[in-house]
Design a protein around this ligand. Structure first.
Ligand code: ATP
Ligand code: MG
Length: 245
C-alpha cells in the first residue's frame, strides 16, 4: 500500500538489545517498535526486566549488543541526558522510585529541567490542580500521590516525544491511583502523547494503551494489541498470574 507513514521511521525502535549491570545481561535480545502517537503497555512479573528495559531506553544500563533508535536516529552511543533532550524525540522518564527533588519546591521541580514547548508550568498545573496549591511546598512535604503527579509533571516539562512511566500506580491508595491512571489515559488518548507504561495491574493499563508486550526473564514472550490481550485471560494468567489482576 502506498502509504506516507510506511516510509516514516518509528518514534522508537529497539533492536536486539542485550543489556544489564556489572557484566551480567538481564535483557537477552529485546526488539520492538513504537510509532509516533502510539502507547505501549510493558508487562511482566517482578524481576522480569521491565525497569531494566526502560532504563536501557534511557541509556542507564550497560549495553552488550543491540541498538536504540529515536525517529530513525541511532542514539545507542548517547548519554541519558542527551536522549532526554534529543531533537529527534526527547524522552521523558518517570522512574519507579519517582526521585523528585525533595529539597526543591513543586515549582522548582517543574522548572529545573524544562525544555521549550507546549508543556509549561501553567499547563501542568491545569492538568494537576492540586499541585498548584502546593507550588511553594517542598517535594519532601508531598504525599506519595502528589509526588507521583509531580514526577509526571516534571517529565512533561521536557516536552517529550516519548514518555516512559515505570509503575506509576505503585504504592498509591486506590483513589489516588485511579486519578493518576486517568491522567495517564488523558495524556495518551487526548493529548496523543507516545508512552510506554510499565504496570503490574495489567488490565488497567491494557484498557488505555494500544499495544502490549510481556517480558519474562529479560525476553519478550508475548506481543499483541492491548485490546486482543485483554480478551486473552489465558495469556495473562500464564505470564502474569491471576488473570493479570
Ligand atoms: P519489578 O516489577 O519488581 O519492578 P522489573 O521487571 O522492573 O521488576 P528489573 O528491576 O528490571 O525488573 O530487574 C530485573 C533483574 O535485574 C532482577 O534480577 C534484578 O535483581 C536485576 N537488577 C535490577 N537493577 C539492578 C542493578 N542496578 N544492578 C544489578 N542488578 C539489577
Ligand atoms: Mg521495575
Amino acid at each position: 500500500m502506498a502509504d506516507v507513514q510506511a516510509n516514516k521511521a518509528p518514534l522508537l525502535e529497539v533492536s536486539g538489545l542485550v543489556a544489564g549491570y556489572g557484566g551480567a545481561s538481564i535483557l537477552n535480545g529485546v526488539s520492538f517498535t513504537l510509532s509516533a502517537g502510539a502507547s505501549l503497555a510493558l508487562l511482566g512479573r517482578n524481576g522480569a526486566g521491565k525497569s531494566t528495559l526502560i532504563a536501557s531506553i534511557m541509556g542507564l544500563t550497560e549495553r552488550h549488543a543491540g541498538r536504540v533508535l529515536l525517529s530513525g536516529v541511532d542514539v545507542t552511543g548517547l548519554r541519558p541526558d542527551q536522549r532526554a533532550t534529543h531533537a529527534a524525540g526527547a524522552v521523558g522518564w518517570v522512574p519507579q522510585e519517582r526521585n523528585i527533588f525533595k529539597s526543591l519546591t513543586v515549582e522548582e521541580n517543574l522548572t529545573a529541567i524544562a525544555r521549550p514547548g507546549p508543556w509549561t508550568v501553567a499547563r501542568v498545573f491545569q492538568l494537576f490542580p492540586q499541585l498548584e496549591g502546593r507550588r511553594n511546598n517542598l517535594g519532601s512535604q508531598l504525599s506519595g500521590g502528589e509526588q507521583q503527579l509531580l514526577a509526571i509533571g516534571r517529565a512533561l516539562m521536557l516536552n517529550p516525544a516519548l514518555l516512559l512511566l515505570d509503575e506509576p500506580l505503585e504504592g498509591l491508595a486506590p483513589l489516588i491511583a485511579a486519578q493518576v491512571l486517568e491522567v495517564v489515559r488523558r495524556l495518551i488518548r487526548d493529548e496523543g502523547l507516545s508512552a510506554i507504561v510499565v504496570e503490574q495491574h495489567a488490565r488497567k493499563v491494557l484498557e488505555i494503551t494500544d499495544q502490549a508486550i510481556i517480558l519474562e526473564r529479560g525476553g519478550i514472550v508475548h506481543a499483541a494489541s492491548s485490546i486482543d490481550l485483554l480478551r486473552r485471560p489465558d495469556e495473562l494468567d500464564a505470564h502474569l498470574g491471576v488473570g493479570g489482576r
